[in-house]
Design a protein around this ligand. Structure first.
Ligand code: C2E
Ligand code: MG
Ligand code: MG
Length: 649
């Protein structure tokens, strides 16, 4: 099955899907990144808040405690001083007071930094003015007692200093309470913030989960699309088809259906003549036609190239088979819509018993192969004999390699006669397989070898034997004739075909005039370019080429005009209707046209004297057929070379 170039819609669809996946991944990454940043920011804030809170808590509590301790200590000193009134003590108290003053200054200064809040600021100011008022008063008391005014100092201390002391104490207390309140507030705020961040984190996590879930669903959908649907046509692919069949098989409903293997006739032509984009359009439209033709429970899928498969309810098979034989598709092009008629071949297998899915598919493919080889029916129902011949074909392939090695193939020669003088003028080399003493005719193995690609090896084998025989006859002094060898069209796919032919001729050192290459008329356009190139190369090497079975292919006449071939071999079917007047006229005109084009014309399958006479009357003087000889083994043909006259017949 030829693979066509799969691009256009399929590739575009794939690109779109890839873009969608990329966008989903990008979206997920950005959302994820922002979520992480947001959470980090939240955590940073909480940590900051917490650190500040603990630091301030620690600092303010510590500071206030120190303040309190130092003040209480100082107060008790003052009391002691006032009570004792001793000058030494007073000196040390003064020193202590000035020390306290500077220590108070630095403590309050440190505290000031933390008191940014206005409510704290007011307390702070009151605290510091009270403390410094207290210290100032303490200094006044020292002065009074210094000046011997102990009584005044006592009264003053009782009246005002006590007041200050109480005020400082109460301010310290209220400050302390305020800090506790503040701490409580800060803690509650911290708790709330933490809760908020946690809620956000949970929400973000849910959003991320949803995004990831959506991404996974999209990816599954995309991969499902890619694994189950054909990228070119958009209809199910082989895997999906098998899946549907297997499910039906499990539910025991598979036996209600028939499997149809469908192939578009001459699809290669659309690709070659109008380009692969046009071919893709046809495939897409054809697929959509098939999809519309299926009912619920039925399925149509594309396997590859121009081959489709469908599962259809048994009672609808005749309608569908008839429907798909020839359909008209509307192909939309930039320059407008074109109507294209598409013919199809179809192999049908109506499931029976509990047959498994893969065997059912094989049977429908076997029927399709049969339809491809059939000249009178495009839709063929599977029958058991097809499998038998398939098995036989497989056996042939299996035995072929050994047969080549064991030289089981033998070359027969069928003479060609010039009917003007009834003399041998050439011959055709025809292969025979001699297996276990039995001679197997070509029709039993050539088509199989051709369809499996082994024919090229056999052709070269035959050609090499032909060259070997020519060289031997020359050595023996026997003059050979020009011998034509059959070459399958498959050789045209090989770029070295002409070189291979020339190498063999050279290997046996034979003259090129003894060689003729027979190619079968090309069916359609596919090999025409390669054929032209090969024929021209042979022409330049002065090697004859012949077109075999002329009149059985498609484009015989136009091909003759464009191909610089030396010999045209009319197919034996030409002669089968030669009793009819119109048919005779047709042969006469074909022969004249070939003669006018300066090509040699030979007719094969000449069996009767009347046929020979008729051919001569229409100026076709070369003949090959049972009238003269059947294909002969080497030794018998050698006798013909020695005695080349057919006059006595
Ligand atoms: P072909 O090349 O068209 O060969 C002519 C076929 O017609 C031969 O059949 C020949 O035996 C048969 N024939 C000749 N005269 C008459 C006649 O008067 N009446 C009838 N009914 N038939 C006649 P054969 O040998 O069975 O070969 C069949 C085909 O097999 C050939 O058709 C050719 O296409 C293919 N073939 C044979 N040998 C080779 C080969 O080495 N390579 C390839 N590629 N194909 C080969
Ligand atoms: Mg031939
Ligand atoms: Mg032929």
């Amino acid at each position: 099955m030829k693979k066509i170039k799969e691009k256009s819609k399929g590739v575009i669809k794939k690109q779109k899907m890839t873009r969608l996946i990329r966008l989903s991944v990008l979206f997920l990454s950005i959302t994820g990144l922002f979520s992480i940043l947001y959470l980090c920011y939240g955590l940073y804030n909480i940590t900051n808040q917490y650190t500040n809170m603990t630091r301030r808590d620690y600092l303010t509590t510590e500071t206030l405690q120190t303040l309190e301790e130092q003040l209480y200590q100082h107060q008790s000193y003052i009391f002691e001083h006032v009570v004792s009134n001793s000058p030494e003590f007073q000196d040390s108290l003064e020193k202590q007071t000035s020390g306290l003053k500077s220590s108070m200054s630095s403590i309050l200064y440190a505290l000031k930094d933390e008191m940014k809040d206005t409510k704290f600021d007011i307390r702070y100011k009151s605290l510091s003015s009270n403390i410094f008022g207290y210290l100032y008063d303490a200094e006044s008391i020292f002065e009074m007692s210094h000046n011997g005014e102990s009584e005044k100092a006592n009264i003053y201390m009782e009246e005002s200093l006590m007041d200050y002391i109480n005020t400082v104490n109460s301010v310290l207390k209220s400050f302390d309470n305020m800090i506790r309140e503040d701490m409580k507030e800060a803690r509650t705020e911290l708790e709330n913030n933490t809760k908020k961040v946690l809620i956000h984190a949970v929400l973000l996590f849910i959003i991320l989960l949803c995004c990831a879930g959506t991404g996974i669903v999209i990816s599954i959908m995309i991969s499902n699309e890619m694994t189950n649907f054909d990228p070119v046509t958009g209809i199910p692919n082989y895997d999906k088809f098998i899946d549907v069949c297997e499910k039906k098989h499990m539910r025991k409903t598979f036996s209600e259906y028939a499997v149809l293997s469908i192939n578009i006739k001459g699809f290669q032509y659309f690709n070659q003549q109008h380009g692969t984009d046009f071919g893709d359009e046809i495939l897409t439209e054809y697929a959509s036609f098939l999809r519309k033709a299926t009912n619920t429970g039925e399925i149509a899928a594309r396997i590859n190239g121009d081959t489709f498969i469908a599962l259809i309810k048994k009672d609808r098979v005749p309608v569908i088979a008839d429907y798909i034989k020839q359909i008209t598709l509307n192909i939309h092009r930039k320059d407008g819509t074109r109507k294209v008629v598409v013919n199809s071949r179809c192999g049908i297998y109506e499931t029976a018993g509990n047959i498994d899915v893969s065997t059912a598919l094989d049977y429908s493919e076997t029927a399709l192969k049969e339809a491809k080889n059939s000249t009178n029916s495009d839709c063929i129902w599977y029958s058991e004999t097809m499998t038998e011949s398939e098995i036989a074909a497989k056996e042939t392939i299996a035995k072929f390699k050994d047969a080549i090695k064991n030289e089981e193939f033998s070359v027969y020669y069928q003479p060609k006669v010039n009917m003007i003088d009834d003399k041998l003028c050439g011959c055709e080399a025809l292969v025979r397989w001699i297996k276990d003493g039995q001679t197997i005719p070509p029709f039993k193995f050539i088509p199989v070898l051709e369809s499996e690609g082994y024919i090229t090896e056999l052709d070269m084998y035959v050609f090499e034997h032909v060259c070997q025989h020519i060289s031997k006859w020359k050595e023996q002094g026997i003059e050979p004739v020009r011998i034509s060898s059959n070459f399958s069209k498959l050789h045209l796919k090989n770029k070295r075909f002409a070189d291979d032919v020339l190498e063999i001729i050279e290997k046996y050192g034979i003259e090129k005039k003894y060689i003729e290459i027979e190619l079968t008329e090309s069916s359609g356009y596919e090999d025409f370019d390669a054929m032209t190139e090969f024929v021209n190369r042979m022409k330049s090497e002065k090697i004859y080429t012949a077109i075999d079975d002329f009149g059985t292919g498609y484009s015989s006449l136009s091909m003759l005009k464009d191909l610089d071939i030396d010999v045209v071999k009319l197919d034996k079917s030409f002669l089968s209707g030669a009793e009819d007047k119109a048919h005779k006229k047709m042969i006469e005109n074909v022969v004249r046209m070939i003669n006018d084009l300066q090509r040699k014309v030979i007719c094969e399958g000449v069996e009767t004297r009347q046929q020979a006479e008729f051919l001569k009357s229409v100026e076709c003087y070369l003949a090959q057929g049972y009238l003269y000889d059947k294909p002969l083994p080497h030794d018998e043909f050698e006798q013909r070379l020695l005695n080349p006259s057919y006059k006595i017949k």
